[in-house]
Structures are given as C-alpha cells and as structure tokens.
Design a protein around this ligand. Structure first.
Ligand SMILES: [Zn+2]
Length: 426
C-alpha cells in the first residue's frame, strides 16, 4: 500500500480545477473511509479565477452535507513560482482552512494552484457538526443584534410606558390577625409609589388609568409612598404640573382614606410645595406622624409616616434626612393595636422597632432593570439587592417594597413592570 506522501507527487489529468476532479466523486456518499490518495490538480494560471474558488467552496459544502465526512485536503500554492514554506503547507491540510487559503490567493499575479485530496476522515455516527463559517457568524451576529434591539425597544418604549401589574401579598402577624374590611374579608391596602409624573413616560392619561385601576379593586385603605414629581432631568418632553397630578390623585377612593408621605425627589424639587398640593386636594401627608384609623369591626389600626431620609442633598453623594423614627414611635400610645409604617426609602428597615407590624416602602423601583439569574444590577440602596423589591421578613418584622410606577435617572424598565401593590392583612 502506498503512503500518502508517495502519492502526493502524482499528477492526474483534470478538466476542472478543485475537487470536481473525477478522482473524488466516489467519495461523496457516506461509507467507511479508506484514504484515497493521489488526486492532484494543477490549475493553469489563466484558469484560476474567483469562480474557481466559489466552485471549490460549493463542492466542499456538498460533500460535508452529503457524506458527513471531513475531506482531508492538502493544498499547495505557488505564487510567481515561489513555493510556500513546507510547514505552512502542512498546517493547511485541514478542511477548516480551505476558506482562508483560497481567499488569500490573489488572482493576479497568476498563481499556480495545486491541490491534492489525500482522503476523507469518516465522522462517527451522530449529528454532523456545523462548522462556523463567516456567513453563519454574520447571521448569528445579526440575529443577536436584532434580539438586543427588540429587548431594548421593549425596555425603553413598552414596559415603562404601557405595562401595569398588580402585585398581591398576604401578611399576618399576631396583632394584624383579625383585621377585617367592611365586607368581613381581610383588610385590603393599596400601595402606589414613585409616580414620577412627566411627559411622555407618566402623562396625565396614565395617572388617571392607574387611579381608576386602583379604585376598581376597592381597597379599604390607599397609601401613597412619595416621589410624585419627575425623576428624569433628560429624556422628558415636559413635566406634569403639580396641580394636575394632585387633582388626579384626589379621585382615589377608599373607606379608610388616602394617606401620603413624601419622597426624596419631592424634597429635591420643593417638599413643602408638594405637601401643600396633596393637602389641598384632601390627602393628608404623614411626616413623622402617626394617626389611628377606626375599622368597621371596632378594631383600631395605627398608620405612621416617616419623613424622607434623603431630603436634603449635602453634596458628594451625602444627604441629610428629615426622618424622626423615635419621635414618630412616641406617638403610638398602646401596645396591642397593629402599626403600619410608611417610609419612602427601605434602608430604615434594620432600625425599625418590632412594635411596627408592617413597613411599606418604595424608592428602589426594584432596580428598574432586573436581569435573569442576576437580578437588578443597580439598586439605590446601601444594602444592594436585600431590600430591592417585594416581601422582606427579618427578625424585627416585615416589609413590602413596591417596584413603583415611574422611572428615574433613565426611562427604562426591564423585568420590573410598573405595579400597584395590593396587600391583604388579617
Ligand atoms: Zn425615591
């Protein structure tokens, strides 16, 4: 039996260059591979064109598809009678390099182009491995760009502007047990946080829709957790005047009333003015204040509101709060009636006394962007993802953090749709 090396020197007649040579045709169907050696084609300088290269590509592709075999090819190229180094020649004996080789050969000056098919390597049974070509790579990249574009459009144009979720929670503690609504069911509290009213992300039409959706769920009590004003300095076409959004909030209905606190953005615009607009439409603002609500069943419930913890910017990322937790707790005169605390930023939670049965917070927007497996990469909290969103239960009590309704910093939301929180307690 002859070795491959012996056969490389043979020269066979050929009408066409490349692997269309008759010597190769029997190898196209899949079958146990016996190395076939000796095919050699010498391309005349005049006949080596780009079309030749394309034909060779087609043949290789067909063989790969039909036979599931890897043609093991050896290539040799002479340009202006200068042979490439032998080691380089050997490094190109893989079908993988075929594409690169033929594209490196210039059509001018004339090239003497030889190739020898020295056999086929039979692949084991199983799916054919699709080798990555430039075209498939470009297709993959184009597909990736399309998906990224679609997700980006969704995050910027759809989720923050058009989606509205209702997140429901059920909370029970020893003191909350037995709280009943007028209909005899568990007490239901609606929570609305972080409107950030501005055009086009939170226009009046959307605020009215949120108010109507909340009223349709017939809560016993509705609380507003601050940040009513715009949180975007760029990416907005206009702000919604305070007079307008406060009038829309005046339409909220609940037997135990609608109560509010202020957020950091309200303070950064003008805390006292925001407070004035809420109180003008009959929504009390609980700022370091606790009030008692009488339930139809005769039970009583403490509702407390904390001043904002980031109210006054001091520069370099530092703030002074107007929160007075101790002063607020002093107003709670008994030990047996349940306490609900409204605190715009959830970072106060580790300091919350166990006398508070449930803390309600907003501010984080759930990070605004929540990635699969990873969660929100950016959360405006010194505790990172610990208080980013949802129901938190720790030794001192329970907290629910709303994902909010609007956007701040960037008009983007992904995986954290704007939400109305509905809590059943009792
Ligand atoms: Zn905030």
């Amino acid at each position: 039996m002859r070795s491959n090396d012996e056969c490389l020197g043979e020269s066979l007649p050929s009408r066409r260059p490349g692997i269309r040579n008759q010597q190769h045709q029997p190898c196209l169907p899949a079958r146990p591979i016996v190395p076939r050696v000796g095919a050699k084609v010498v391309t005349s300088p005049k006949r080596f064109t780009r079309e030749t290269q394309r034909d060779n590509h087609l043949n290789i592709a067909r063989m790969r598809r039909d036979s599931c075999s890897l043609p093991l090819l050896a290539w040799q190229c002479r340009i202006q009678n200068q042979q490439l180094a032998r080691d380089r020649w050997h490094s190109r004996t893989r079908e993988l390099n075929f594409h690169a080789i033929t594209h490196q050969i210039p059509t001018w000056p004339p090239a003497i182009f030889e190739h020898r098919a020295i056999g086929f390597i039979h692949r084991p049974p199983g799916p054919c491995v699709q080798l990555i070509t430039r075209r498939s790579l470009l297709k993959t990249l184009a597909g990736g760009a399309l998906i990224a574009g679609a997700l980006g459009s969704y995050a910027f144009a759809v989720e923050p502007r058009f989606r509205l979720a209702v997140s429901r929670y059920r909370v029970t503690t020893a003191r909350l047990k037995g709280l009943k609504s007028a209909g005899g069911g568990p007490l239901r509290v609606a929570v609305l946080a972080d409107f950030h009213a501005c055009e086009p992300w939170m226009p009046m039409s959307r605020i009215n829709h949120i108010v109507a959706t909340t009223n349709a769920m017939k809560p016993d009590l509705t609380v507003l957790l601050g940040d009513y004003v715009a949180g975007l300095k760029r990416f907005r076409s206009a702000i919604v005047p305070m007079r307008q959004w406060s009038s829309a909030l005046a339409d909220l209905e609940a037997p135990l009333g609608v109560h509010a606190i202020l957020g950091n953005h309200d303070w950064w615009v003008d805390g006292p003015i925001v407070r004035e607009h809420l109180e003008r439409v009959g929504i009390p603002v609980l700022e370091n204040r606790a009030i008692q609500l009488g339930l139809p069943s005769g039970k009583r419930l403490w509702l407390a509101g904390l001043g904002d913890q980031l109210a006054i910017p001091l520069g370099r990322g530092r703030f002074r709060g107007v929160d007075d937790l101790a002063g607020t707790m002093e107003q709670i005169k008994d030990e047996h009636n349940p306490v609900i605390m409204l605190a715009h930023e959830p970072d106060i939670f580790p300091k919350m006394p166990s006398r508070v049965d449930l803390t309600l917070s907003g501010h984080t927007h759930g990070g605004q962007v929540r990635l699969p497996l990873m969660g929100p990469p950016i959360v405006p909290s010194r505790y990172g993802q610990r208080y980013a969103h949802g129901h938190v239960s720790e030794d001192n009590g329970q907290m629910i953090v709303s994902g909010g309704l609007g956007c701040s910093m960037l008009p983007v939301r992904f995986g954290v749709p704007p939400e109305i929180v509905m809590i059943e307690m009792g």
